[in-house]
Design a protein around this ligand. Structure first.
Ligand code: ADP
Ligand code: ZN
Ligand code: MG
Length: 280
């Protein structure tokens, strides 16, 4: 199989994926996203049959996947999956459409309307940018004054495309959240423990081993299916009462910070999936 690995930076993940693909006799080309210029026609741009999309930029990943699919390539993850997972409001809508359990949430487009809706729900609530990752700008609002401050920033800065607020139920987690890797099927997972309520490893949470129970595996697979994800990391929030919700779905699976605690060889599983010809 001929694979183009599209990247922004060659991080540990991309190095390991490259090695794993080559071990499976895939001919891999590294293609930097910033250098790609794609014409709007069906003209082929590569010898490859498959594109492994590892761009760290949502803008680039979404457009490149769309155009490469238009040119007849199998792209992992698909443009649809990237579009849905990269935007948390669209992820929530896709999950809701399939009845996948998640924290209640709403979107609002105006400061006053949003504040009123939050007041009706009561505090605390969580708000986060619809586009974003690594826990950046995720905020818990414990009071009306906090909500006013965050919403005035959300709606008073940036451009029209930034003026959307995603508000969610605050899930009182038992000190960690859970991540299930779905590579065609649920293959393994990771617990992320933190003193802080934001449990991204990029924000200092400690990765721990986690044997994924069947109910969690099934939930993660349902979430992946709702967005058509071939290879995704599904984040789950457990409540202190033992309920379980899907929080988000990451389309560009990261694992460098937790390689020792993740109980499965993700680069090999991803390479196997790529080589199998499934998905796209
Ligand atoms: P990102 O894409 O930046 O990782 P997330 O939605 O995953 O955004 O939020 C980052 C972290 O914040 C989560 O891993 C979780 O620890 C915490 N978090 C996010 N939303 C909620 C919520 N509704 N209730 C409780 N904790 C949350
Ligand atoms: Zn994320
Ligand atoms: Mg997350």
């Amino acid at each position: 199989r001929k694979v183009d690995l599209v990247y922004t930076r060659v991080r540990t993940e991309e190095k390991l994926l490259l090695e794993a693909l080559r071990r499976r006799d895939c001919a891999v080309n590294l293609v930097q996203d910033s250098g790609m210029v794609l014409s709007m026609d069906r003209q082929r741009v590569t010898e490859a049959d498959t594109v492994l999309m590892r761009s760290m930029s949502f803008t680039r990943a979404r457009y490149l996947a769309t155009f490469l699919e238009m040119k007849g390539l199998r792209v992992l993850n698909s443009a649809r999956t990237i579009s849905l997972c990269g935007d948390k409001a669209l992820t929530s809508a896709a999950l809701a459409a399939k009845g996948v359990p998640m924290p209640w949430s709403f979107v609002a487009f105006d400061e006053d309307a949003c504040l009123e809706a939050i007041e009706q729900k009561g505090y605390p609530v969580v708000t986060k940018p619809v586009l974003g990752s690594w826990g950046r700008m995720v905020a818990r609002l414990d009071s009306r004054t906090a909500a006013e401050g965050v919403l005035s920033t959300r709606f008073g800065t940036g451009g029209a495309q930034d003026h959307v607020a995603l508000v969610q139920e605050y899930v009182d987690k038992p000190g960690y959240d859970l991540r299930v890797y779905v590579i065609g099927r649920a293959v393994g997972g990771l617990r992320r423990r933190s003193e802080h309520w934001i449990t991204n490893t990029a924000r200092g949470a400690v990765p721990e081993r986690y044997e994924v129970p069947v109910v969690h595996a099934k939930l993660a697979e349902a979430a992946a299916e709702a967005v058509g994800g071939d290879m995704v990391a599904v984040d789950l929030l457990e409540t202190r009462g033992g309920d379980i919700y899907v929080n988000e779905i990451n389309h560009c699976v990261e694992f460098a910070r937790s390689i020792d605690e993740t109980n499965v060889p993700l680069p090999d599983l991803i390479a196997e999936y790529v080589a199998s010809g499934a998905g796209g």
